[in-house]
Design a protein around this ligand. Structure first.
Ligand SMILES: Nc1nc2c(ncn2[C@@H]2O[C@H](COP(=O)(O)O[C@H]3[C@@H](O)[C@H](n4cnc5c(=O)[nH]c(N)nc54)O[C@@H]3COP(=O)(O)O)[C@@H](O)[C@H]2O)c(=O)[nH]1
Length: 558
């Protein structure tokens, strides 16, 4: 078979972004709404992100590294433990002037110890503040708490040496310490409570500050506790089971972190505004493009070209695919990939499909009536199937004009799934009426065997990415035989797209593909050229001269 290569027309494909299509765009109200929404959303996201960050990372790490309350407690705990150790280590005679001086030094060097005292049995004999005294411990009443270490704690004790001052007394061995029970204010300003925990009974007693409603286990867990919008830090000295607890809420967070919060909210607003502007710009561009495309339908800028489809067995042209073209008055061409994708985002795509049905049936009317087996393929999308205008267009321009639906192939791209029951039912109904159903771009999308069966598919159009893989050692190239075998098993015919070379053509001829389409035979041509070729037996019809007949059949069972 001798194939005549076809010279391809050179298409100038403009960059859509550069094309001057300035119509429409979002209204002022829509613009303002988007902007305000962007600012508010951004600010909220900034605020939420800040608070989450604070609660999740910053506050706990602050705690771990010695936060507002814990530093203080660690200091106090260390002081108390250290003070007992130092008191035990004093070598001077008990209650002697040297002994008292050393006790005073220990108190003076501490932050939280007010007084240190020495006792024997039940009687306190001397203290760093009062010197020699005789105070019976029994006057304190029973201790509030006795730790395993033997340390005992009293609270609200009023010592004769410090009338009017209620103190916490911790006693261990022969020494006692009077600890300032002041509730410290943290850096963040929230009060710190001092609590005693009895690990045996689980009792928790707040001895100073706001009541802490936490269990002993929670307090002794050494981890920050989250309660609603609050985060609670507890630091316990297990030697004495004294805990200091600080509750940090929104107020304290705001006091502590107002600057970073404000900065992050501002940053969030700025990002939100940027995103809103970006969306607005995209909407404006789309609306502009969409309006312009809508107008183009009425001004003759949109037209159809037809790319012949060739029977690989006989070399005859058996049909043509209608391909939409948009040529601006300036003669610039907008590529279909750009405007079809834009139209697909709204019901405008069905306007284009209806235009294609109307135009192809009108322009190729003589071919449809003179060549009984010639098939025109029209690209449709799943959205068309649920739009009543599409079915009406088929009724008006095909059925009512006396064109046999068998002469019309509806090409559904495989790139979009047809999975709504309504769309599937429409396809089956169209097939039952005689329309041929082709799956376009086969191998690139959602098809599987069940899908092909359910859709009553007549033909698959193997995508050109497979054609281009012919001769290579790629997975795609290895897939071709199984696609062709599968189609054969299902009784589905195959059109191979994008045939450009003799090698590709021979490969598919030998592999059993039925039809081919591509620049090797012809690029898309206007209706006038297609009809002229058909009438004059010239290209692309000259392809078929060796085979006697000009136009063949396409599709299974024909
Ligand atoms: N829903 C609708 N989609 C449409 C319509 N008209 C076109 N389209 C879709 O736009 C995509 C791009 O189409 P186009 O730029 O026209 O490209 C077609 C051919 O020109 C191109 N082609 C044909 N032969 C060759 C070849 O040998 N090599 C090569 N590199 N390209 C070639 O392929 C396109 C045809 O593709 P297909 O439809 O998959 O058969 C395209 O997806 C169109 O479907 C419309 O009216 N409605």
């Amino acid at each position: 078979m001798h194939w005549i290569p076809v010279r391809l027309p050179r298409l100038s494909i403009p960059n859509v972004e550069r094309t001057n299509l300035s119509y429409g765009g979002p209204s002022l109200a829509a613009t303002l709404t988007w902007l305000i929404a962007g600012i508010v959303d951004g600010a909220c996201v900034g605020l939420i992100a800040t608070l989450l960050g604070l609660y999740t990372y910053i506050l706990p790490s602050l705690h771990a590294s010695g936060g507002p309350s814990t530093n203080r407690l660690r200091l106090q705990g260390g002081e108390i433990q250290g003070a007992f150790d130092r008191l035990e280590a004093i070598s001077a005679d008990r209650c002697s002037p040297d002994f008292l001086a050393e006790m005073r030094a220990i108190v003076l060097e501490s932050y939280t110890i007010r007084d240190a005292a020495y006792r024997q049995g039940n009687v306190v004999l001397c203290s760093s503040g009062a010197g020699q005294v005789r105070v019976s411990i029994d006057s304190f009443g029973p201790p509030l708490f006795r730790a395993v270490s033997g340390a005992e704690t009293w609270r609200n004790v009023e010592l004769p040496s410090a009338p009017g001052v209620k103190s916490t007394i911790i006693m261990k061995g022969n020494f006692s310490l009077m600890v300032a029970p002041t509730g410290q204010q943290s850096r963040g300003g929230s009060p710190i409570s001092t609590v005693l925990v009895n690990p045996l009974s689980g009792a928790v007693t707040t001895i100073y500050g706001p009541r802490v409603g936490l269990s002993a286990a929670a307090l002794l867990s050494h981890t920050p506790i989250r309660k609603g919008l609050h985060i609670i830090f507890a630091e316990c000295l297990e030697s004495s089971f004294v805990c200091q607890v600080q509750v940090i809420g929104l107020k304290e967070i705001w006091r502590e972190f107002s600057l970073p919060i404000v900065l992050l909210v501002l940053l969030g607003s700025a990002i939100g505004t940027g995103v809103a502007l970006f969306i607005l710009q995209a909407q404006r561009r789309r609306a502009t493009f969409e309006n312009r495309l809508r107008r183009a339908l009425g001004t003759g800028e949109i037209s159809l070209e037809y790319q012949p489809i060739v029977d690989l067995g006989s070399g005859r042209v058996s049909g043509a695919e209608a391909l939409m073209r948009w040529t601006l008055r300036s003669n610039e061409k907008i590529p279909p990939t750009a405007f079809i994708a834009c139209a697909e985002q709204s019901a405008l795509i069905t306007d284009l499909t209806c235009f294609a049905i109307e135009t192809a049936s009108r322009e190729l009317r003589s071919l449809l009536s003179d060549e009984p087996d010639f098939v025109i393929s029209i690209n449709i999308v799943s959205r068309d199937l649920t739009d009543p205008r599409f079915l009406l267009a088929l009724e008006t321009h095909i059925v009512a004009k006396g064109i046999n639906p068998r002469r019309i192939a509806l090409e559904l791209t495989e790139r979009q799934p047809i999975d709504t029951p309504g769309a599937m039912a429409t396809i089956r109904a169209l097939h039952a009426k005689g329309y041929r159903i082709y799956i376009d771009d086969f191998g690139t999308g959602y098809s599987n065997l069940a899908y092909l069966g359910e859709l009553s598919v007549d033909t698959i159009k193997v995508d050109m990415i497979f054609t281009q893989s012919v001769g290579s050692d790629t997975i795609r190239a290895r897939l071709i035989p199984s696609i062709l075998g599968m189609a054969k098993d299902l009784g589905i015919s195959v059109i191979v797209e994008g045939i450009e070379t003799e090698e590709q053509e021979s490969y598919f001829q030998l592999s059993g593909a039925n039809f081919a389409q591509g620049w090797r035979y012809s690029a898309s041509v206007p209706a006038g050229s297609l009809l002229a070729f058909a009438n004059s037996n010239q290209l692309p019809w000259s392809l078929c001269q060796n085979h006697g007949r000009r136009v063949g059949s396409l599709g299974k069972g024909v």
